[in-house]
Design a protein around this ligand. Structure first.
Ligand code: TNX
Length: 528
């Protein structure tokens, strides 16, 4: 070694250029900090990680290269440039593969069918010289980018230029979701949330690879989506919210904007119009929807189960037909959620034919029915799905009729439940739900006899009787949502609380960079 050095110096004296080259080579190597890909905090945890213990460095000379259909990939590159350009301050030109880029590049590649990755899976391979995201389609590329995002320093989330280095651990990740439906529900009826708030929520959901957002658009306290053929629903029925404050609603144009915004982040909107119960806002807006022909008063309390549509009257079904048609026309996703929960004042002999009829109306508008587990009392049609929230018997009944089950067990993932008896926001009728409790459960163990093929997925609801604004939303949702995301995406054998809580602790800087007001549970070793 020593003699080699001596020699170098000797030759350098003769050939200064040679030394410069040698130093620059060794110098570059020395910059690469060994980084262990398997020790990074990725949530949800990927299916397979193979570390190679070095690092890739993103620099001002880096670029993004597209390998495959240029038009589709240009779209796919957008979330990546939107993430990287502001925080790194780098130009990061986007070009077809083959173009010469002086620095290490990120390649987005869609070479064709890799069946084992499916529609949403991806492979991320990182060497010292390049990062490559490979997938079958846009969704997979999007998720590969989200993983890459979590491998970059948290300051990548900031919107003004930061100092580097922008290092990424090397190795390979192969990853695809365990469940096809990974969602969250937001109740915009009890308290209204603006378009901006919902977009913000969509942004955060997409970081953790959630792919559905269910909007609870109507309830006793408010009707939140414009229906052109029944305009009082929103002008009157949307005017208030719980507590008596000003309500609000989305125009159809605004809703379409939300659908589009979500779609760009691989999230499908599921609209819910709750019926026949939870309908006071509608009953107050149109007298003819009441069996006695009298409009009710607007309601701003938090009781449940006191209202019902008049299930025997024709106008009710004309109303439902109009609502389902208008909402379906602006909803490209496959599902229409008909609610069906807590219809305590609808006699069962009326409830069953009602649910049967609504399933037909929804099917006629080309949508699949989702409903809370009570709908299993009716005869479920082939394209009906049951959302388990409370009642195992109902859920089993639905499953035995061939319906797939969406898991939202109140005792585990109702995000409106208090963390413990000292947390101020939220309710506790189902349980106090700490971070560990929301994570350590498995759908297969909750409903006897259920098999993997009976499961549609998981969805974490946020009911908003006590949640009035986006800060309160963040406090209840984060960090429990990350655990739900992992249950939906990662295979059971990869899920482990001891490992998860360490990864969660490391998400702290990212959540802070994103300005998320999360609940700092003492069960988690937060890393500042
Ligand atoms: C039960 S869950 C409800 C909602 C409430 C929630 C509060 C379900 C289908 N119905 O109406 O907002 O509890 O936790």
């Amino acid at each position: 070694m020593k003699s080699l050095k001596k020699h170098s110096i000797f030759y350098a004296w003769l050939f200064p250029g040679l030394l410069a080259i040698m130093l620059s080579c060794t110098g570059e190597k020395e910059q690469r900090t060994p980084k262990d890909l398997s020790a990074e905090s990725i949530i949800p945890i990927p299916v397979a990680i193979t570390p190679t213990n070095s690092s890739f460095l993103l620099t001002a000379e880096s670029g993004i290269l597209l390998d495959g259909d240029q038009e589709i990939l240009t779209k796919a590159a957008q979330p990546l440039t939107e993430l990287l350009r502001p925080s790194t301050g780098y130009e990061l030109p986007v070009a077809p593969l083959g173009e010469s880029i002086p620095g290490g590049s990120i390649i987005l590649s869609m070479p064709g069918k890799d069946d084992s990755l499916g529609e949403e899976g991806y492979e991320l391979s990182i060497s010292e010289d390049q990062v490559k995201v490979t997938a079958n389609g846009l969704a997979g590329i999007y998720y590969g980018i989200q993983t890459l995002r979590q491998l970059l320093p948290a300051k990548v989330e900031l919107s003004v230029a930061q100092e580097g280095p922008w290092e990424i651990a090397t190795g390979t990740i192969r990853d695809f979701p365990d469940m096809e439906y990974r969602g969250a529900m937001l109740d915009v009826a009890r308290h209204f949330f603006s378009v901006e708030d919902v977009k913000h929520y969509i942004d955060l959901l997409s970081l953790y690879k959630m792919n559905y957002l269910h909007l609870h658009l109507s309830d006793d306290q408010g009707w939140r989506i414009e229906i052109k053929s029944w305009p009082n629903l929103t002008t009157h029925g949307g005017s208030l919210e719980v507590g008596g404050g000003e309500g609000g609603f989305y125009t159809q144009e605004q809703y379409k904007g939300l659908v589009q915004y979500a779609m760009e982040r691989n999230i499908t909107i599921v609209p819910e119009i709750d019926m026949p119960g939870h309908t006071n806002a509608a009953l107050s807006s149109y007298a003819e929807l009441n069996c006695d022909g009298k409009a009710t008063e607007l309601y701003t309390g938090t009781e449940v189960g006191f209202s019902t549509l008049c299930t025997a009257s024709e106008v009710t079904y004309k109303f439902i037909e109009d609502v389902v048609r208008e909402v379906s026309e602006i909803t490209p996703g496959p599902y229409f959620h008909m609610g069906g929960d807590e219809s305590h004042v609808t006699p069962m002999e009326d409830y069953i034919p009602f649910v049967n009829k609504v399933q037909e109306i929804v099917a006629a508008h080309g949508k699949k029915v989702l409903g809370w587990d009570e709908i299993a009392h009716a005869e479920l049609k082939p394209n009906t799905f049951v959302q388990f929230w409370d009642n195992v018997k109902n859920t089993t009944n639905g499953m035995n009729q061939g319906a797939k089950v969406l898991f939202s067990p109140a005792k585990k993932i109702y995000l409106d439940m208090q963390y413990d008896s000292t947390t101020k926001l939220g309710l506790h009728w189902a349980a106090y739900i700490e971070i560990d409790s929301a994570y350590i459960w498995d759908p297969l163990a909750l409903v006897p006899g259920i098999r993997k093929e009976n499961i549609l997925g998981v969805e974490a609801p946020l009911w908003t009787e006590t949640i009035t604004n986006i800060d309160e939303l963040e406090y209840m949702v984060f960090p429990r949502l990350l655990g739900v995301a992992e249950i939906g995406w990662s295979p059971l054998e990869k899920r482990n609380w001891e490992d998860y809580k360490v990864r969660l602790g490391k998400q702290s800087t990212r959540l802070k960079a994103l300005n998320v007001d999360y609940y700092p549970s003492t069960l988690v070793p937060w890393v500042e």
